[in-house]
Design a protein around this ligand. Structure first.
Ligand SMILES: [Fe+2]
Ligand SMILES: [Fe+2]
Length: 371
């Protein structure tokens, strides 16, 4: 029997619509900033009084960092800065409640790769890698060899807190596009052809929402420069139109392309987590509080959760996007049901779901699915 998983979420939606009082009062009850970091030296001032918009990386509200030429660095907020701009007044219940991830599940996520087989797979994979290599070169990103973890310190390849934020903000701003475009195209297809969509749209919109929540969380931690904003602005125009056109012609390989992008997202967040595990490597992230918007979105996070706890959840989200998009690329577009959203009970073999208990990082093959 087929039952939309939306119905299963009703209790969850209800629980999320109730305001969590502890989260909303965190701004006035929880201050993790050490007294010594007060700009006045007179204890913790009112967070709202911090002048976070001063264009100076040494202004109260930001961590002190080296300035890049032309001011193109992303400035990272300190705890006072994060609290000062934590706009708890307008937090709304999530239209796509986040599934529960276990602690063991988020730690189990690792980088995996689906070897490209068909020509379409190869175009998708090498296209992804070409974009990634160009972006890495331009932004000065490299993963140091395991036996030389300090190889890039002091060079343009060293990853500082500001550079991590530039990378995360840019990539999340792009990552929210495919799910939204694909969802729109399938929505229009359903209207135009007077037919059911078999629940792909909700998962695609959920993915786009999830990526936007990553972005909204990161912009509470880092403030991108005029340069990054310009690249995001222009990049969105180009990528959205390109993805729209290609998705109309070949949705299957668009999902494969996104699957490979998500593989790279998992790789990047795994690198960030490895750096967070080295004491003193990213000291400003180690002692950072997380924004209220993240506490509200991920059920397992609390106001006391660390930046690492947050990145573990974001990496797990990327791993589910990887699995979902590789699976979608294996399915008959506009024919097969979405097995992540339409659940069939009582089957004799495992089927996909939105949690981390049963996963196929390289995507579920069509022959293994009841469709
Ligand atoms: Fe993301
Ligand atoms: Fe993603």
């Amino acid at each position: 029997m087929i039952a939309a998983s939306t119905y299963k979420r009703i209790p969850n939606i209800i629980s999320r619509t109730s305001v969590k009082p502890t989260q909303f009062i965190r701004l006035v009850t929880t201050t993790k900033t050490p007294p010594s970091s007060s700009p006045t030296g007179l204890g913790n001032p009112s967070p709202k009084a911090v002048p976070i918009d001063k264009e100076d990386t040494e202004a109260p509200g930001f961590i002190k960092a080296k300035r890049a030429p032309f001011g193109i660095e992303t400035k990272v907020y300190n705890n006072e800065g994060i609290e000062a701009q934590d706009d708890d007044k307008f937090l709304t219940p999530s239209p796509y409640p986040h599934p529960d991830f276990t602690e063991a599940g988020v730690y189990r996520v690792k980088f995996t790769h689906r070897p490209p087989v068909t020509v379409g797979d190869k175009v998708s994979y090498y296209g992804t890698m070409f974009c990634r290599k160009c972006f890495d070169f331009v932004t000065g990103y490299a993963v140091p060899p395991k036996d030389q973890p300090d190889k890039y310190i002091g060079t343009r390849w060293e990853m500082t807190e500001g550079k991590w934020m530039t990378r995360c903000i840019f990539l999340e701003a792009v990552a929210g596009i495919p799910g939204s475009v694909a969802g729109l195209i399938r929505h229009l297809h359903s209207l135009r052809m007077l037919t059911r969509d078999k629940a792909w749209i909700q998962t695609l919109n959920d993915e786009a929402y999830n990526e936007r929540m990553h972005l909204l969380t990161f912009i509470k931690i880092g403030k991108p420069s005029w340069f990054t904003r310009t690249i995001i602005y222009v990049g969105q125009g180009v990528f959205t139109n390109l993805f729209f056109m290609v998705y109309l012609m070949n949705p299957k390989y668009c999902h494969r392309f996104v699957g490979y992008l998500e593989e790279e997202a998992v790789r990047t967040y795994t690198h960030l987590l490895a750096e967070l595990n080295v004491p003193g490597k990213l000291p400003d992230f180690e002692k950072m509080i997380i924004p209220t918007i993240a506490v509200q979105y991920w059920d397992e996070l609390t106001p006391e959760s660390s930046f690492k706890d947050l990145i573990l959840r974001i990496r797990a989200d990327e791993s589910k996007h990887r699995e979902i998009n590789h699976t979608f690329a294996n399915l008959e577009q506009y024919v097969d049901r979405n097995p992540f959203a339409l659940e069939i009970k009582g089957l004799d073999k495992p089927q996909p779901n939105n949690n981390l208990d049963v996963v196929r990082p390289e995507g579920w093959e069509r022959k293994d699915l009841y469709l």
